[in-house]
Write a protein that binds this ligand. Sequence first.
Ligand code: ZN
Length: 68
Amino acid sequence: MELRSQKARSLHQSRPVVPCAQCGDTLFAPEWSEYLDECRIRHLWSCDTCGYEFESEVFYPPLGARAA
Ligand SMILES: [Zn+2]
């Protein structure tokens, strides 16, 4: 079942999964996401386990740079 595990791993990496900075619990989905511009997204995370809230920013290369 190597093919199946590889597929699951790539799916895992494509999602914004982060550990809680307070208790280390895994957060699978941001509370909400804000698009700062076309290549930056800010996620607000809220931990169900300890109630800790924090923000993270995700950077994407511009579409032109990615194609070049
Ligand atoms: Zn937590």
